[in-house]
Design a binder for this molecule. Structure first.
Ligand code: ZN
Length: 721
């Protein structure tokens, strides 16, 4: 026995050695597993963003997915856990923008190719760090199949999907009002908009014969109509007429229209229509195109007033170029001076759309963008992408864990709108659309002929990651796709149910005709012991690699799994991790005791189990059954907890204690040989059961147990059928 085993357990030296053994064995690759193992089990890893180190949220998914994979491998399945990394388009662009800012640089001043090269190197570096962190956390994923979302084969699949959507009439380019972040200089999809409650002054302004209420005073220069409810008696006689109004830029005329979207209860029942700067007004304009002028933009892409169209008017220069909020204040003062302000309600609370990354208030803009039609029938069929997403779940082809998430998913699907997939950033897969005059060409290659120019935008990163399960498996022609798709489980955070999960279901079904996964397991957020969200500013962040280094990865994994039920928050603290470090030490000490006393294997013909022994063994077998049942039902938290208590309070405290006296008997006595056999039976079974949760220490102990030619614990057979 190497002397190392006689010392206290030292995860720092044990873990890298063990991981190396696993990796060198080749068993992470399902093709290398015994051919008897024929049924596949597949998890596609949600590819972490290659823009920083892994955080505690990543450690949750690594733990859960590794438990599932190790368990199924021991169950005899050809287990594939396919790792990957995500270029993470906008998210990485945001991280990189911050880095540039710190260096006093700006992405808007760096040539596209140069910036791309820089960001490529940046993500490559991060990828390497991440891969090693995954190893440190014990991830038994198949590195030989690792994918990056910018691999050429992945890009090709994404291009093919886009082309198919275009040919089916689902991908289209349109000039529409879209969500625009003035800081990040890009559009965002509807799910990337964060709505917040905000208190702002509500201005009641005089518009000729009427008074109307508005918060966004500065947009009044872009008004092209005034709207009332068609049945509102107060204003019925004005509908269809032009009213003369006095404005800060001089007198003008504006038409009054009737539209049912106007709420007669809001303000005075009259609203201004500013189609260039408000999505609802844009819709109103579309309905009244023949009656009123089109959108008139008065705010530029940086959120500054752009009154170029009025620059010959008196006063226009005064507001031109001001930031929106500065302009609002000045306009308020000027309108008051001019007697155009009736009153101001200072206590008005409303919902404001902000950028989910920087918190800037979004300025809607009209831009030509690529959209995916979500509710339009696909090609000549009668079903839309939404129908595919709804139907798959309704038919029970996908199981939600927790089941309540299914309702949330369905509700979201109901309100689905077309998806803007164009982003005005460099970091991403460039949209394969070419333009020449009014001609559009969509395809992988640059079209032949002169004068074609490629779209400058890149895809929303979720458009490519929405195709991840089939793209990562090499759809359509690969053997892997045939063998491992549909996958068994997708495990991810519930916070990206809409961003990612729903899109994977729809796009997976659309491209392959099959759902991408059979079970969707959604975990919650990680919180500290006071149930606070972890954040750098609160100083309560736990770095998973740091605590692994301190207490051992097995302890961290146990702390992350116990009490972790699907869909609910995971509470973690250093005390909790320390508790499981103590458990690892308990396992180590118990193992040392058992191994020391079983150096010579039990003489089989001397083993005679008394009825009390049989009772103990029965308890072991019942626990093994319970744990298996929990595993099958994805109740990993319960399986782990059961094992923890059984090992500590029954096996270590009672069984081992009980055997101690018998082990003092002479070699060859029934007492001693039976005690040895019983302890080994317990130990073999418990190391196997604990392996998915605490892979390092159990594998290390396994090497010391008296085993003839047994190989790695990771490919041992699970104790229950
Ligand atoms: Zn932003």
């Amino acid at each position: 026995m190497p002397s190392e085993f006689e010392k206290p357990y030292d995860p720092k030296t044990v873990e890298p050695e063990i991981y190396k053994k696993w990796e060198e064995s080749g068993f992470f690759n399902p093709d290398k597993l015994s051919s008897k193992k024929s049924k596949p089990f597949t998890i596609i890893m949600p590819p972490p963003n290659a823009n920083g180190a892994l955080h505690i949220g990543h450690a949750v998914f690594v733990t859960l997915q590794d438990i599932m994979t190790r368990y199924q491998r021991m169950r005899g399945k050809k287990a594939l856990w396919l790792p990957g990394a995500d270029h993470a388009g906008f998210e990485t662009q945001v991280v990189y923008d911050k880095k540039l800012e710190k260096e006093g640089r700006s992405r808007f001043k760096i040539p596209r190719d140069e910036l791309w090269k820089e960001m490529w190197d940046f993500t490559e570096e991060n990828k390497k760090v991440m891969e090693n962190q995954l190893r440190k956390l014990g991830a038994s994923c198949d590195w030989s199949r690792e994918k990056f979302t910018l691999n050429p084969d992945i890009i090709e699949t994404v291009y093919d999907t886009f082309k198919k959507l275009y040919d089916d009439g689902l991908a289209y380019r349109d000039n529409r009002i879209v969500n625009w972040c003035t800081k990040h200089q890009t559009t965002l999809s509807d799910v990337e908009v964060k709505y917040i409650e905000k208190k702002d002054p509500l201005y009641y302004i005089k518009y000729g014969p009427v008074t109307l209420a508005t918060v966004r005073l500065e947009t009044k220069f872009g008004d092209t109509a005034v709207a009332v409810h068609p049945k509102d008696k107060r204003y019925k006689n004005l509908i269809g007429k032009e009213i003369e109004i006095k404005t800060l830029l001089g007198p003008t005329k504006i038409k009054v229209i009737g539209d049912e979207i106007v709420d007669p209860e809001f303000g005075t029942g009259v609203v201004k229509v500013t189609p260039a700067h408000d999505p609802n007004d844009f819709e109103i304009w579309k309905k009244h195109k023949d009656e009123i002028p089109g959108p008139r933009s008065v705010i530029d892409q940086y959120g500054r007033m752009d009154l170029s169209a009025f620059i010959d008017r008196e006063n226009a220069k005064k507001y031109h170029g001001l930031k929106v909020m500065e302009a609002r204040k000045l306009i308020e003062e000027d309108m008051q001076k001019e007697g155009l302000m009736e009153k101001i309600d200072q206590e008005y609370t409303h919902t404001v759309a902000t950028c989910y990354k920087c918190g800037a208030i979004l300025e809607p803009r009209i831009l030509p963008q690529w959209f995916i039609a979500m509710t339009k029938p696909i090609g000549k069929t009668k079903k839309s992408l939404r129908d595919l997403g709804v139907e798959t779940v309704k038919k029970g082809e996908i199981k939600f864990l927790p089941s309540r998430m299914e309702k949330i998913y369905m509700h979201w699907m109901k309100n689905l709108r077309d998806w803007n997939i164009s982003r005005q950033i460099v970091w991403g897969i460039r949209i394969p659309a070419w333009y020449r005059g009014k001609e559009i060409y969509v395809g992988k290659e640059n079209p032949s002929g002169e004068g074609w120019e490629q779209d400058r935008d890149v895809f929303d990163t979720w458009f490519s990651s929405g195709q991840w399960p089939f793209a990562a498996l090499g759809y359509p022609g690969s053997k892997d796709f045939k063998n491992f798709y549909p996958t068994d489980v997708m495990e991810t955070g519930w916070d990206i149910l809409f961003f990612w999960v729903a899109r994977m279901v729809m796009l997976g079904k659309y491209r392959t005709g099959k759902m991408p996964f059979r079970t969707i397991y959604l975990h919650g957020l990680v919180r500290d012991k006071d149930r606070q969200k972890m954040s750098k500013s609160k100083g309560n962040v736990i770095d998973p690699l740091g605590v692994s280094e301190l207490y051992g990865t097995d302890a961290v994994r146990m702390a992350l799994i116990i009490g972790n039920t699907p869909g609910n928050d995971v509470v973690i603290s250093e005390e909790k991790i320390r508790g499981y470090r103590n458990f690892a030490n308990k396992i180590w000490n118990a193992s040392r005791f058992v191994i020391t006393h079983t150096k010579t294997p039990p003489e089989k013909n001397k083993v005679k189990y008394a009825s009390k022994d049989k009772e103990m063994l029965k308890k072991l077998s019942n626990t093994s059954k319970d744990v298996t049942k929990h595993m099958e039902q994805c109740r990993f938290y319960q399986a782990a907890e059961t094992l923890y208590h059984f090992f500590w309070h029954f096996y270590a405290d009672k069984v081992i204690e009980e055997m101690k006296e018998r082990l003092t008997f002479e070699d060859g006595t029934a007492e001693k040989e039976t005690a040895k056999a019983l302890l080994l039976e317990f130990h073999f079974t418990l190391m196997k059961l604990l392996h998915p949760f605490m892979p390092f220490i159990t594998e290390r102990v396994w090497q010391e147990l008296n085993l003839n030619n047994r190989t790695l614990l990771m490919i041992e057979t699970w104790p229950q059928p």
